[in-house]
Unconditional design. Structure first.
Length: 405
């Protein structure tokens, strides 16, 4: 058996040669001077050899241990060469199946499932946030420590909400990797509770009825672009999300049936939404139609009809009217509707939730309530528009008092 002294004394020759250690283990001395451990054996009568590694990276003791592992495989009827090839293939697959590769595949799956462009854009943004930290790591090898370090970087910058959402997004990627047999664990699950809980931040909104009336009068007096004024006038009546409103297309509006059908791809929750249109909304739509803008958008961008108005347009208009960002936002029209409709006590909470396009996790229940509350929603839409007119005109509004003695 070879000793370290004997190995160090080996000199390269013009051609490679072998120096035996025993039991089929030998050192191959290369003309370059490198020393390679190899094992020669027979499998079903065929002579084979397997490379264990270079000396001194693989020492004498470790080479002999690897020899015994190979002999145990042979005793069990297993070819060590095949085992090594399988391990190498698995390592190559793992190295190629990085977190970013799996994330891209998952986002493509989301797209094929009909998720909205906004949802896909946010998913790609989350992927880009994680890419510098774990993007090139094999998805099966990412540890909770690595993921936590990436999340803590955001947390230290004060981005608590983003850190929480990023953990949730990464969890979906790891669950997908597990379900497609490319990982065994979800390190994001272990990190539940590890991050600072973000403070709940509500969209600023004017909620007192008198102040709502003042807001509506201010909107009617908006002196900017007509399309922007009409969008602001429509917003409190239909209380859609700002993106759903500004991206509206005439193909979605059925003026004859007085309904607005928004496809699932445009909705945050990924479910088609139908809005009953009051007389006031119909009047505004007819005024908008009379502008005869080219293109299919109700509210085209200022310089081109190929795109809808900018996402900041309505908020900028509110600032021009004197409403600061901590007082009123374009998203706040939904809060006004939700608050005052619920305070009225006249409408079923589920009808209000459906009007706000809030998703119901119970799909059977959601399907039932979509149909069960349609008639009520039609009545509620007209009542709400009439109520907004009363507030705008300064009429005194008396809400019923429930639970009083």
């Amino acid at each position: 058996m070879l000793t370290v002294v004997q190995i160090k004394a080996l000199k390269p020759r013009e051609k490679a040669y072998k120096v035996a250690d025993g039991k089929g283990l030998y050192l191959a001395v290369q003309p370059s001077g490198s020393l390679i451990w190899r094992v020669k054996f027979r499998y079903h009568g065929v002579e084979k050899k397997i490379t264990l590694g270079h000396y001194p990276a693989i020492g004498v003791k470790e080479a002999r241990e690897k020899l015994e592992e190979a002999r145990e495989l042979l005793l069990g009827g297993v070819d060590p060469v095949a085992v090594k090839a399988q391990a190498k293939l698995q390592a190559e697959i793992a190295a190629a199946t990085t977190f970013s590769v799996v994330a891209d595949e998952y986002i493509m799956k989301m797209e094929l499932e009909g998720k909205s462009p906004a949802t896909l854009k946010k998913a790609r943004w989350f992927r880009d946030l994680l890419d510098p930290h774990v993007g090139r790591r094999p998805v099966a090898s990412v540890t909770p420590h690595e993921l936590l370090a990436a999340l803590k970087r955001l947390e230290r910058k004060g981005h608590h909400e983003t850190a929480h959402r990023l953990r949730a997004f990464s969890g979906r990627i790891f669950r997908y990797a597990v379900s497609t047999l490319r990982a065994q664990h979800n390190p994001a699950d272990i990190l539940r509770g590890a991050l600072i809980a973000p403070r709940v931040k509500h969209h600023a909104a004017v909620l007192e009825p008198v102040k709502v009336g003042e807001l509506l009068r201010a909107i009617d007096g908006y002196s900017g672009r007509i399309e922007t004024r009409i969008a602001l006038q429509l917003a409190p009546h239909v209380f859609l999300r700002p993106g759903e409103l500004r991206k509206a297309e005439w193909s979605e509006i059925d003026l004859g049936a007085a309904v607005w059908r928004i496809p699932a791809a445009k909705m945050k929750m990924g479910q088609a939404h139908v809005v009953p249109l009051s007389r006031q909304v119909m009047d505004l739509l007819h005024k908008l139609r009379a502008l005869k803008n080219s293109g299919g958008f109700l509210f085209p961008a200022f310089h081109t009809s190929l795109r809808p108005m900018c996402e900041n347009t309505l908020n900028v208009a509110l600032r021009r009217l004197g409403y600061g960002g901590d007082e009123m936002t374009s998203h706040g029209f939904r809060a006004i509707a939700s608050t005052l409709l619920n305070e009225s006590g006249l409408w079923h909470p589920d009808a209000i939730e459906r009007a706000l396009a809030h998703s119901d996790r119970d799909h059977v229940r959601a399907a039932y309530h979509r149909g069960a509350h349609w008639a009520e929603r039609v009545k509620m839409a007209q009542w709400w528009s009439d109520h907004l007119d009363q507030l705008r005109d300064g009429a005194e509004i008396i809400y019923p008092q429930f639970g009083s003695a």
